[in-house]
Ligand binder design. Structure first.
Ligand code: PMP
Length: 372
């Protein structure tokens, strides 16, 4: 017996941790700053971290299968009903549930190129095929309804990332709506808002239909509410809980029942759920994170001696020439960034927004590397 042959399958290119890099270079981990995985520059939400400590004595219990408190709190946040919230083991877990809920063998999905690799991977796991639409790199990367619709050929699921990883660009809500409108009724549009807290653009949850038809965080919006749009969010970025693996999808009301048929028995772990619930009250941490990310984007844009693409996330994409060489030189100088070769951008690196000090360090080191 052999495992399935997934040899032509894209692999998930997880960023390497500080310990791994330090070991490779025979140095102490304290000598490194990691700005490679779009993690939170201030660490976890303090309220979330406190909940983690407090939950330690309860972890011999299974979580409640419906995670009711957290789900109700998230539903309240977005003005949707509880059963529209599909809790999962990270945004990645929510992508798995969506693939399980939508794909029949042989169905295709349409994903951005360059883009987040896990969309295609989970489609393949679920016996789906993958086609791509271009995120055009003309005068900056642009995410347009036309590019998606020109490539669209009846795929079952269309993935939109907004803000987009790795470019930092975003779709307008009009574009999302146009894509949902112009694709078949049986096509689902997934709007991945993993970096949604970092942009001031309205969330696509405004488009998702609820029971009474007046959904979304902005009840005044006059947008039509849809049955073919799902929005993905995560606690990994602005809330600083990446290690706990907690994310969710907001689905149309009509989808409510499907969750029970596709989810893992305990979709998210007890510690993650308690921490997530606490972190949702931690406005101070989120605001500080979002403000610092905005500052860091601006600082990097102004001070890096290379082209920095406009970003709405907690990272920037920078055109540096030989990305692998520049990322390697930075690593030796103690700064770990993301070489975007695996995204098909072998002349770009992606730098996560750090604290003031980290951001100033990476800019200074990068400028020296570029001048060499
Ligand atoms: N979507 C995008 C665009 C991402 O960049 C990431 C994480 N890097 C995710 C989803 C998944 O995040 P998580 O599973 O940590 O919630």
């Amino acid at each position: 017996m052999h495992p399935r042959d997934l040899s032509d399958h894209v692999e998930y290119q997880a960023g390497r941790g500080i310990e791994e890099v330090a070991r490779e270079l025979g140095r102490d981990p304290s000598e490194f700053v990691k700005l490679a995985s779009n993690e939170n520059m201030f660490g976890p939400s303090p309220l979330g971290a406190e909940a983690v400590r407090e939950t330690a004595t309860d972890v011999h219990h299974y979580p409640t299968a419906d995670h009711a408190d957290l789900v109700a709190r998230i539903a309240d946040e977005w003005d949707v009903t509880d059963d529209q919230v599909w809790l999962a083991n990270g945004g990645d877990g929510a992508l798995d549930y969506l693939a399980r809920a939508t794909l029949e063998p042989g169905d295709d999905v349409l994903v951005p190129d360059p883009g987040f690799s896990y969309y295609g991977m989970t489609a393949r796991f679920h016996h789906g095929g993958v086609s791509t639409y271009p995120v055009e790199r003309d005068d900056g990367f642009s995410l347009t309804a036309d590019a998606v619709l020109d490539a669209y050929d009846g795929e079952r699921v269309v993935f939109l990332t907004s803000p987009h990883n790795p470019s930092g660009g975003r779709f307008t809500l009009d574009a999302v709506e146009e894509i949902a409108e112009e694709t078949d009724e049986e096509t689902l549009v997934v709007v991945d808002e993993a970096y949604g807290e970092f942009t001031d653009a309205p969330t696509a949850i405004d488009l998702v239909r609820t029971r009474d038809g007046v959904a979304g965080s902005n009840p005044a919006a006059s947008r039509a509410k849809r049955d073919d749009v799902v929005v993905l969010r995560t606690f990994s970025k602005a809330y600083g809980l990446a290690g706990l693996r907690l994310g969710y999808a907001v689905v149309p009301e009509a989808w409510a029942d499907a969750y029970r048929r596709v989810n893992t028995p305990f979709a998210a772990n007890l510690v993650a759920c308690r921490a997530g619930l606490a972190a949702l009250e931690d406005d101070e941490h989120v605001e500080r994170t979002v403000e610092t990310a905005a500052w860091a984007r601006e600082y990097m844009t102004e001070h890096i001696d290379a082209r920095v693409f406009e970003s709405h996330g907690n990272f920037v994409l920078v055109e540096v020439g030989d990305a692998a060489a520049v990322a390697d030189a930075l690593k030796r100088r103690g700064v770990i960034v993301r070489d975007c070769t695996s995204f098909g951008l072998d002349d770009c690196i992606r730098i996560t927004c750090g604290t003031k000090e980290e951001t100033e360090t990476v800019v200074a080191e990068l400028n020296e590397v570029l001048a060499e």
